[in-house]
Ligand binder design. Structure first.
Ligand SMILES: Nc1ncnc2c1ncn2[C@@H]1O[C@H](COP(=O)(O)OP(=O)(O)OP(=O)(O)O)[C@@H](O)[C@H]1O
Ligand SMILES: [Mg+2]
Length: 275
């Protein structure tokens, strides 16, 4: 019997081992290994096409990995399909319905789950101020700025109350200033709601500023190349980005990402060469 450990790590909320995923002749993921602790904010960076969204589709239960991998959620081994509806997921495109107003877009996942519309709307209305959308409940997506659209999509994800949230490049399309404000706002909301977050980004500053840990993925087929702990105190202030510790982390991560991006670029050039 194992002796109980005084400072045992909490059981991971999510654990992935030896995950492979192929699409026909394309190997998207190979031997991917990762685990996420309850309440953790983990950011994921890696070259374009390395399999980040594929990883999220698996954890959200939308794609099954190839046979042989191990997927565990809340300590239990499971298939990806078992996770469908148990994870909140904001896909890479915001997927707001143009014919639904702000509130009705935000409650979509609740409605799909079977919550009566009035009850779902009441819940969403309460959340609007926190998401910077007070007074905008009747507006349609085409009447909103990019930052507001993203907040509606995020509100939809938060309203679907699950322990694990997957956010696939939620701020990718925003200008730098709006993005910086959204990052700070997301950290505030995360600290209040204490969800576990997996967050994909192409922006290394964003990955460090938000994360407890940064996972750097290899070029395709993707696996985890580097797990970097971000030991910066919270709450994180905007000026942390110029601290020596932040700069040091950025250097390490950029080196790892660059190495993989070059591989990814070289293989895309090789594929384009005429035979
Ligand atoms: N449903 C699918 N069918 C066939 N190929 C797919 C499918 N989904 C993803 N792929 C392929 O798998 C690889 C990884 O794609 P994925 O979208 O996961 O990458 P990514 O890291 O999210 O890229 P980006 O940073 O550009 O968003 C790509 O080569 C892609 O074309
Ligand atoms: Mg993607």
């Amino acid at each position: 019997m194992e002796a109980p450990q005084a400072q045992a790590k909490p059981e991971p909320l999510l654990e992935l081992r030896a995950i492979n995923k192929t699409f026909g002749s394309v190997a998207a993921l190979s031997g991917l290994q990762a685990s996420v602790a309850p309440g953790e904010f983990v950011t994921v960076v890696g070259p374009s096409g390395c399999g980040k969204s594929t990883l999220f589709n698996i954890v959200a239960g939308l794609e099954e990995p190839d046979a042989g991998g191990i997927l565990r959620f809340e300590g239990k081994s499971c298939h990806a399909a078992d996770l469908l509806g148990r994870i909140s997921f904001m896909p890479q495109r915001d997927l707001l319905f143009p014919w639904r107003n702000v509130v009705d877009n935000a409650i979509l996942a609740l409605e799909v789950e079977g919550m009566p519309r009035d009850q779902a709307r009441a819940k969403a209305l309460k959340m609007l101020p926190e998401f910077g959308l007070a007074g905008f409940e009747k507006q349609y997506p085409n009447q909103l700025s990019g930052g507001m659209r993203q907040r509606v999509a995020l509100m939809r994800t938060f309203l679907f109350e699950r322990d694990l949230m997957l956010l696939d490049e939620p701020f990718g399309a925003l200008d730098a200033l709006t993005r910086a404000m959204m990052q700070r706002w997301l950290l505030d909301v995360w600290q209040k709601y204490r969800r576990t977050i997996l967050f994909i980004t192409h922006d290394v500053d964003e990955a460090i500023f938000l994360g407890d840990r940064v996972l750097v993925m290899t070029a395709r087929p993707g696996s985890v190349k580097l797990e970097q702990v971000v030991d910066l105190p919270r709450p994180r202030r905007p000026e942390v980005v110029t601290s020596p510790e932040f700069v040091r982390l950025k250097r390490t991560l950029l080196d790892a990402i660059e190495e993989e991006s070059i591989k990814s670029f070289q293989s895309s050039i090789a594929q384009e060469k005429p035979q």
